[in-house]
Design a protein around this ligand. Structure first.
Ligand SMILES: NC(=O)c1ccc[n+]([C@@H]2O[C@H](COP(=O)([O-])OP(=O)(O)OC[C@H]3O[C@@H](n4cnc5c(N)ncnc54)[C@H](OP(=O)(O)O)[C@@H]3O)[C@@H](O)[C@H]2O)c1
Length: 235
């Protein structure tokens, strides 16, 4: 494909676009020239972040409200979601509502509306019920149950999913580190939100990302032209 052609044809919905990883997903979709829409809770916040050009590319709503999800996913070809519960805020909806039920609704409604590819950012250690993070509403276990719903919903032929489980999230620039991809939830470490976002975007087209769940941490600092080679670690 010529270099000036996007590597993914179609419209990508970014769910949680005003979150810290979500913002990077928007920026990396821009960098790759891929058409996208935003699903956010505050249109004003989205316009302030991304500019007035997004006025007609934002759907406002909550992952708790099926009709709002339906309005957001309709007409999109893929979803990349970086939505997660605010576990340390006592008044925020708990992980059971956002990371389990919300993720399940988003995947189910997206599939029913014909969205072919679903990419979700979750977390390392979701398979470890004894992990200390689980004292916050069982957040890791709720994310695992959300993942399970995505894997089963998107198992049907003609549809595909990718689940990315990052380590502790940092705020550095993209493409500045070697990356380690793992499976089986055995690695630990940190990774930049920008590289998580880039990996999510590359998952739109990379054949090794199809129907895969993988962990992601960073290694040594080293400038990267792109992240494609690291996907080869997924055997
Ligand atoms: N922090 C870490 O070290 C770490 C490590 C591994 C994995 N993770 C996970 O990685 C993901 C991204 O993390 P992050 O730190 O970039 O996230 P973040 O900045 O906390 O953003 C969370 C996003 O979820 C959205 N959200 C929350 N409740 C929602 C609802 N009811 N409806 C729609 N959207 C809702 C927020 O919307 P608003 O913008 O409107 O608030 C925001 O966009 C999260 O799932 C997080 O749990 C975090």
């Amino acid at each position: 494909m010529p270099k000036n052609q996007p590597q993914f044809e179609g419209i990508v919905l970014v769910a949680g676009a005003t979150g810290r990883t979500g913002q990077w997903i928007v920026r990396r979709l821009q960098a790759h020239g891929i058409e996208h829409r935003l699903f956010v809770r505050s249109k004003a916040k989205a316009i302030e972040m991304f500019g007035p050009a997004y006025t007609d590319r934002v759907v406002t709503g909550s992952i708790e409200t099926p009709l709002e999800i339906e309005a957001a996913v309709t007409g999109c070809n893929a979803v990349i979601s970086a939505i997660g519960a605010y576990v340390t805020e006592p008044d925020a909806p708990p992980p059971s509502v956002i990371d389990r039920d919300g993720m399940k609704s988003l995947a189910t409604i997206a599939k029913n509306c014909g969205v072919r590819k679903f990419i979700q950012v979750t977390s390392l250690a979701v398979t470890k019920p004894e992990h200390p993070m689980n004292k916050y509403g069982g957040v890791l276990t709720m994310k695992l149950q959300g993942e399970n719903a995505i894997r089963s919903t998107y198992a049907e032929s003609g549809f595909s999913h990718t689940i990315i489980r990052p380590g502790g999230l940092q705020d550095g620039e993209p493409l500045q580190h070697l990356l380690e991809f793992g499976t089986g939830d055995t690695i630990i470490g940190v990774v930049d939100r920008s590289d998580v976002a880039e990996a999510a975007v590359v998952s739109l087209w990379h054949p090794k990302a199809v129907n895969r769940t993988f962990e992601l941490i960073r290694g040594e600092a080293a400038c990267q032209a792109n992240l494609d080679p690291f996907f080869e670690q997924l055997t």
